[in-house]
Structures are given as C-alpha cells and as structure tokens.
Design a protein around this ligand. Structure first.
Ligand code: GDG
Length: 761
C-alpha cells in the first residue's frame, strides 16, 4: 500500500509539473507580449511627437536647441536617451547616456535613412536589452534630412517574466504539497480503511459469523465486490451447515428432511426427468424505479415454499411476468436464470394483457374462487367475461408449458393453486405422458357452497386432469371428493381417496405445507428477544412492555379486524395492559384494485385509529398498523421480539405465518395464538386455539398468553418446533413429489392409487 501511495504521488507530481510548466510558459508569453505592445505603442506616439519638434531645429542647424531637446526628453521612464543624426548618420545631438550606442546601432540608423521609414527593433547593446526606434526627419520636400533615434530599456520586461516564473514555482510547490497530502489521506481513508474493513468482515464470515450481509456503509467502493462475495460465502456456510446437520442426523439416526436430503431424494425420484412448476405469481419481480431496475420477492407463502424445491433440482418455474421491467430482463425466449444473486433454476415468464389479468386474476380467481373457497362472508362475484379470460389464460399457460417441455419424455409438472384449475386437463390432453400434480393452497368448501359457482363442473373436470391433487388438510380432500361426487359422473373411491373419470385416476391427498426451520437446535439462551424488542421500539418509536405481532397480506380472510377488536376487549377487561401492551400489525398491501380490498384497508385504518384514540397514553398506543411490505429479515426480527403472535384467520388453507413464528423462536419462548379455522391448527396443537369471531374469548386468550408460566411456554414452543422440524418445507416438497412420482401412469392404463403412500402422519 505504501508503494501504491508513492507511485500515485510521483505520477501526480509529474502530471502537475507538465501542466504547471505549460501554463506558466503561456502566462509568461502573454505578459511579455502585453508589455512589449505597450512599450511599442508608447514609443511610437512619443517619437511621432518629437520628430515634429526636431525637424525645424535640424533644418535650421540649431544645435543648441537640439542638444536641449535631447537632454530634456532623453531620460523619462524606460527611455534611456535620444539622438539626432544627419543624413549620413553622424551625430548632431545625443543624450550623454547613449552616446556609446550610436555605433552599435549604426545598421538600424542606416536602414531607416536609406529606406526613409521608421525602423524599430529589440536588440542587445553593451549587454543591455534595449528597444530601438529610428524615425527619419524630413525636409519640406519630404527628402531625408536626418534621423532621430530613441533607445528604451527593456530590462523591466525580463524582470516581469522572471517574477511570473517565480510565482508559478511557488504555486507549483504548494500544489505538490497539497496533492501529496490529499493522496496520502485518500489512500489511507478511502482505500486502506475499506480494504481493512472488508478483510475483517470476510475474516469474520470465514470463521462462521452470522452477519453475512456486507456492512455496505463501511465498505465504500468495495460494496459491489462484497455483494458478490456475500452469497458465495453464504452458500459455503449453507453447505457446511447442511453437511454438519446431515452428519448429526445420520449419527442420531433422525429422519429429518434437509435441503440436501430433498435434493438427493428429488434427483432419485425424478430419475432424470425434469421438473416444471407453474404458478401465477413469479418468485422475482423486476421493476423500474428512480434507482434503475430493482428486483423484489413478493409477499407470498408460495415463494417461501416452492423455491427450495426448484433450487434443489434446477427446474423451470413458469409464471406471469407482472413487473414493469420484467420484459427487459428476459432473454429471447422469455427466460431468465434465478435467484439473481446465485442462479439455480430458470424462470419462464408468461405475458398477459391488462384485460386478461383483470378478468382471470382479479376477477375470476380473486373475486370469484377466493371468496367461494374461504367461508369468510364476502360474497363471490362470478362474471361470464372473467370466466372467458380465466379459460384463455389457462390455455396460454398450457401453451407456454408445452413449449418449455418440448420433447422431454418424462416431464413432471407441479401446478400451484386456484388460478389454474383448468390447466391439468389442458396439459394432459396435449401431453398424456406428463406427470401432473396440482396443489390447491386454499381451502375447498363443502359441495353446497361450491355449487354456487356457475362453472363448477368445468373446474372440477379441469382438476381431474391431474394425477395428483393436493390439499393442506384431510377435510379439504373430503370436501373435494364430495363435490366431485355431486357435480360429475365419476367413480369416487373413498377407501383409496381417488377419483376415476374417463379412464384416468386422480389421487387426492392431504400434504400440509410448511416452512424452513434451522436445525442447530439447542435453545439459544440469551436475551436476544429483549434486544430485538428494544431495537424495534427505538426504530418505530413506541413504548410497550408487552408486544404482540401480526403479519398478513391485508386480506379479509385473515381476520385482522377481529384481531383489533380482540385487543380492544383485552384492554377493556384487563386494565393492567393499558399503557403496556402493543400489537404491531404488518399489513402488506395486496389486490388493492379490488374494491373489497380497498374497503378493508380503510376499515382497518379506521378501527386501529378508533382503538388507539380510545386508549392512547403519551407515547403508547395499543395498535401500530404498518401498511407496507417488509423485508423477510425484518419479519424475523418482529417474530423474535414478540411475546405473542396473533393468527386469527377466519378461514385459511394452512397459514405459514404461524409456522414461521414457531420456526423463528430459537429461544423456545413466545406464545402462538392461532385461529381454529386455519390448516395449521390441525398440526400446531400447542398453540392457544381461538375462534376469531368470538372477540371476547380471543381477548381472554391474549391475556392467557401474556400470563403464561415460563415453563409451560417453553414446553409448548418446544413441542411445536419439534413438529415443524419433522414436517418442514423439505418434507412437504418431498412428500408431494414422491406421491406424484410413485404413481404408475401409462396413457390408457389405470394408475394404481393403492401405490400412493399414506402421507399424513
Ligand atoms: C396461501 C393460503 C397457505 C406477509 N407479509 C409479508 C410477507 N409475508 C409472507 C409471510 C408468509 C406469507 O407471506 C403469507 O403466508 P400465508 O400462509 O398467510 O399465505 P397466503 O398468502 O394467504 O397464501 C395459505 C399459503 O398459500 C401456502 O400454501 O398457507 O393458507 O391462503 O410467508 O411471511 N413477506 C415479506 N414481507 C411482508 O411484508 N417478505
């Protein structure tokens, strides 16, 4: 680093020298030119005036007057002296000081006399730099009667140029000093410091520190480099942790699913086949903003669940390209490798027109099917025009899939959710050899409720194109089979939980989705949750001794309003929590163009405000409604800070937030309050189960959670964590894929549903 500083300084000095010399030389030339011009102008004016006086004196031969004249004017300013000569150049009158100059200046004198014109020249006489002007003197007939010579001292011009050079030298010296100083400081502060910081950060990472995100503020210009290194080191850590976990699990003979085990399992199960996942929402959205193109991960349970499977087996995810810069980031085939930091699979984007998106997504899927399947007292709206778009978009996705699958002989396709009920059949009709599963992430209602849908037959028929239809819980499977029984001519095999229609078997299975949970799992006995609480309180500027958290898309099925009312009931009935208890509600905006969602958003704001106004004291308020999507790492901080997590859905297929909260609590603290109407309630028996419609009881349940004995809290949390560890996201993915891959499917031959393992523990 020292030699870098030295080299920089030398290079800068050479540069400054060249620039300074050139600019000083130019300055000196200008100064010299200006002074000469000034002198020449003065000499010309002066000689013109004087020749007028001298001519009559010379013609009259008045030597005395001429002598007086040369003595009188011969010593002014830079004028050294004057001389008047006859036509032969012989002196008539001369200032004493230049008497000895006449001979050396003879050539100029003769030239002016002969040419009969004024001659001037810069020359050197007797070691002196002078400026000579010789002007002819005339008779009345304009013939030459003699000449007048003026001699100026030009030493002052040289002195001035030397002064300019001197100043430039001083200037140059200062510049060198300042620039050398600045260079040393820049090298120290802007190069050596960031490099030292980066080295410290990398060192900490290498030794296993958990702050993998680079400290951007400190790294300065090395930040882009750090951005590349961070994911690299994170994957090394991941690989190390996975290897250590595998080794530990092997030793303990535990059957816990890890990403590595899933990857191995998926590879074996797929036996060289390719995996294709289809969903409406894409895992990465590119948007144009003031800082250029940015990429974001949407708030959705699906991305959390599906990404690890695709990463494990390098598959293809087909999804709607909805971002404003999505088209700018794909190749000619509408594909791009993702995750952007460390590509592990391919994202294929499908483009929809505004009309298609409106009808298929906002209209049929979210104003029709979503409320139809969730019993949450919001009326479904079915419009024929929306249905048209729903069919068209399902066909569009079928085209994209067929294109992606190409001549793949053993494609395995996982379709996600209620946006694509028709896709399994559309795909099977064109690619009968494909293995197709659809996972329905939302509840399936009872047949009477589903009967409301004018196109229930087409939807059920579309779904039965799949070889496997997955739901979160058994009750949804039962409801589906009941609906099939009622809506179609099909053989429903209740023993094997399968349906036969047109010679094709579809197996129907409950496979509850889950989350990733770290395996390094001795309880972390520290005060981190205290720390997280303190930080959050500072960051969001509120006071509270008891903290509850709610994390949801702002959807009417999530029971957020009921949650607020339960908080109000808690404060009404347990005055000790007034001034002490705060609910932080993260409400990620969602489907805001649908009127019901816009209404809900306003209702939530109004209710939170009403309750806050009722109870507010100083810097304390009972509800903090944060209406913006948060980074995943930020969500983790909320989960870890909370005494209690409130999940009060009115109806929910699973609810991943409940599981994420449990997964985040490495300290085995915190209480989960969970709606009975979620799929998660079937698994997380150690949560406090509530009926969110009963706001009084829910308020009491919050009080119970806040007052829970430490030992009971830990017991409950430990058991829930144990369950999720055994039934984590990798378990879900592997169960889904195994169920699909284990089916025997030959076109025209009945699949044998009995071969499907029983999946639910
Ligand atoms: C359906 C079913 C089923 C929320 N806010 C933010 C954010 N989130 C993440 C959560 C969680 C997910 O979104 C929401 O999970 P849910 O389970 O409530 O999912 P839904 O979106 O309703 O999805 C549901 C699920 O599919 C999976 O099958 O469980 O029953 O309705 O992961 O963490 N994530 C980020 N910022 C936020 O502000 N980053």
């Amino acid at each position: 680093m020292k030699s870098l500083g030295f080299r920089l300084i030398v290079a800068l000095i050479v540069g400054i020298t060249v620039v300074s010399t050139l600019s000083s030389w130019y300055g000196v030339q200008r100064e010299k030119d200006e002074l000469r011009l000034d002198l020449e102008h003065k000499a010309e004016t002066f000689s013109e005036g004087l020749t007028g006086n001298a001519e009559p004196l010379l013609l009259n031969g008045d030597r005395d007057s001429m002598t007086r004249l040369v003595e009188q004017f011969g010593n002014r300013g830079q004028l050294l002296g004057l001389a008047i000569v006859d036509p032969n150049g012989a002196p008539v009158a001369v200032t004493r000081s230049i008497a000895s100059y006449l001979r050396p200046a003879g050539a100029q004198l003769q030239a002016a006399l002969h040419a009969n014109k004024t001659i001037s020249a810069y020359t050197r006489i007797r070691f002196r730099r002078v400026y000579l002007v010789v002007a002819p003197l005339h008779r009345a007939d304009k013939s030459v009667a003699g000449a007048m010579m003026l001699v100026y001292d030009t030493g002052f011009i040289r002195a001035a140029t030397l002064r300019v050079w001197g100043l430039a030298l001083i200037h140059f010296g200062f510049q060198v000093l300042i620039i050398a100083g600045i260079t040393v400081l820049i090298v120290r502060w802007s190069l050596m410091r960031p490099i030292a910081r980066a080295a410290r950060w990398m060192h900490a990472l290498r030794l296993g520190g958990d702050e993998t995100a680079p400290p951007m503020r400190d790294l300065d210009f090395l930040a882009p480099l750090a951005n590349e290194v961070a994911p690299l080191i994170a994957s090394v850590h991941e690989a190390r942790a996975a290897a250590a976990a595998e080794a530990r699990l092997r030793n303990a003979k535990e059957q816990i699913w890890t990403a590595q085990r899933l990857a191995d399992n998926v590879k074996t199960k797929l036996a060289g086949s390719h995996l294709y996942v289809v969903s409406n929402r894409e895992p990465y959205i590119h948007s144009r903003g003031p800082q250029g193109i940015t990429v974001s991960v949407p708030a959705s349970g699906l991305v959390t669940a599906i990404e690890p499977i695709l990463c494990a087996c390098n598959g293809t995810w087909v999804a709607h390209g909805s971002g404003s810069a999505d088209r700018l980031t794909v190749d000619a085939h509408d594909r791009l490798p993702v995750p952007p930091q460390e590509p592990r699979y391919t994202l294929r984007r499908v483009w929809l027109t505004g009309e298609e998106e409106q009808g298929y997504y906002y209209g049929f899927a979210n104003e029709g099917l979503w409320p139809l399947c969730h019993i949450a007292h919001t009326r479904p709206t079915f419009r024929a025009a929306d249905w048209e778009q729903y069919m068209r978009v399902n066909e569009k996705f079928a085209d994209a899939l067929v294109e992606e699958i190409g001549d793949d002989a053993h494609p395995v396709v996982l379709i996600q959710d209620y946006h694509f009920a028709l896709l399994p059949r559309l795909l099977k009709e064109r690619l009968p050899h494909a293995r197709v599963a659809i996972f329905w992430h939302i509840p399936w209602p009872n047949p009477e409720s589903f009967d409301i849908c004018p196109w229930q037959r087409e939807l059920v028929e579309g779904l039965l194109g799949a070889d496997l239809i997955g739901f979160h819980v058994q009750a949804h499977c039962n409801n589906f089979l009941d609906t099939v029984d009622r809506a179609l001519e099909a053989r429903v095999d209740w023993e094997r939980f399968s349906v036969k229609r047109n010679d094709h078997w579809s197996a129907v299975r409950p496979i509850p989705i889950s989350v990733d949970i770290p395996l390094d799992d001795h309880a972390v006995e520290d005060n981190r949750s205290e720390d997280y609480r303190r930080l959050l309180k500072q960051e969001w500027n509120f006071e509270a001794s008891w903290l509850a958290v709610g994390v949801d898309r702002m959807d009417y099925t999530k029971g957020i309003l009921e949650r607020f009312l339960a908080v109000e009931s808690l404060l009404d009935n347990h005055a000790q929590y007034v001034g002490e208890f705060t609910l932080i509600q993260i409400g990620a905006p969602t489907r805001s163009t649908i009127p019901r969602y816009a209404e809900l958003q306003m209702e939530l704001e109004r209710e939170a405000e009403r309750i806050n106004v009722r109870f507010r004291r100083g810097n304390w308020r009972p509800i903090l409604l944060v209406q913006e999507q948060q980074e995943h790492s930020q969500l983790l901080r909320f989960y870890r800070a909370a005494h209690v997590c409130l999940v009060t859905s009115l109806h929910d297929g699973m609810n991943l937030v409940a599981k994420e909260f449990v997964a985040a609590r490495r300290d085995e603290r915190g209480v989960l309050l969970l709606s009975r109407f979620t799929g998660a309630a079937r698994e997380l028996r150690d949560a406090i189960l509530v009926n969110p419609y009963d706001t009084y009881s829910t308020g009491e349940a919050i009080a119970q959670a806040l007052g829970m004995e430490s030992a009971e809290m830990t017991d409950r949390m430990r058991r829930m964590r144990h369950w999720i560890k055994e039934h984590n996201i990798y378990w879900w993915a592997s169960s889904l894929l195994s169920a699909l891959c284990d089916l025997r499917i030959e076109p025209g031959v009945e699949a044998k549903p009995s071969q499907i393992e029983k999946l639910v523990p």
